[in-house]
Design a protein around this ligand. Sequence first.
Ligand SMILES: Cc1ncc(COP(=O)(O)O)c(C=O)c1O
Length: 403
Amino acid sequence: MTSTTKVPFLDLVTPHQELKAELMQVVEKALGNAGFIGGPMVEDFEREFAKFCDTRYCVGVNSGTDALRFAFMAADVKPGEIIVTVPHTFIATTEAISQVGAHIAFVDINEKTYTMDPEKLREYLEQRCEFDKSRGKLIEKASQRAVSAIVPVHLYGQTADMDPILELASKYNLVVIEDACQAHGAEYFSRKDGVWKKAGTMGRAAAFSFYPGKNLGACGEAGSANSNDEEMAKRMKMIRDHGQAKKYYHDIEGYNGRLDSIQAGWLSVKLRHLTKWNESRRQLAHRYHELFADAKDSVIVPQESEWTKGVYHLYVVRVQDREALQAHLAQAGIGTGIHYPIPLHLQKAYQHLGYKNGDFPVTERVALEIVSLPMYPQLKRNQQDEVVGAVKEFCAARVGAAR
Ligand SMILES: Cc1ncc(COP(=O)(O)O)c(C=O)c1O
């Protein structure tokens, strides 16, 4: 962002300035009692965020990445086993898989939702795997590895289609861990159960990130692992704290993965605004949809299925020539992002997995066309108009040049 930026991609300064007095009170409190680790501020936030998410438990940890890793460990995923996820996500999803010694298997996303395609998951589980009665496990035929878990990622603030994913998981006895790092407060309508459910309530556990730019962001690194399962919550608590439930009594080896008290206090302050902020994001998204309605041929806007209520962590459109669009918008003082430019199966870090271009065509196509436009609760209507005007200007010039 430069000083000439008219519409930054993200404005993290305004909300913190608005809440400065309350945020400073948290610091005063911590300095007053030197309660920097654990204690009431962490416990209060855990209770409040569990309530917000409709989960019984919330375990505060130091990042969304650790929340995923601790959930896999608590769910007893063993080294060498396979965890299935999507290649269209932030690398933290798969880093956490590798960090527990598990093996990554990808399935493609759905072109409308940008989240795990349940049919592709079915194809993988039913065609590339077989049930081994003697081991009581689903085995990937090529590698002979056991498949143990599925990680649907609720990307951009919209949930994956969980009914069919959960049905497959139950059929093959697989654990589901939701990556809800971008989906605080997102909802999913279960056609099977006839009820709306919050992101993070549907798997054995779910990971949330409170990285500063998230819908609920800390003023530093933070995350949480939520669950309705008491045993999972107990284990995740132990794992985040060196494997101890009682000080210096270590049942297992764990990690230093705790949530700082000051961060927890700050998160509590910001959590009180989250419902309102999410609603602003939804309104802004719907306004973007409307403003782009007459540019359907050149701009594909996010599509919300009737079974999701997204919280628009990001507003991601698809266009041809997106690098040129980004340059055009930068020229007009408008910030953009790309989430994510290179699918994980084509990243250098995953060369050893042996995937190649063409393996996940939807992810690959989408990755070439996506651009994230400015989206945050404080985005003003006139700023939004500037963004849409500049995008349309670019598209019109492109169409004109093609004639
Ligand atoms: C989809 C997804 N998964 C996992 C993470 C990891 O969260 P954190 O950055 O808090 O470790 C993020 C955050 O960027 C994310 O967007």
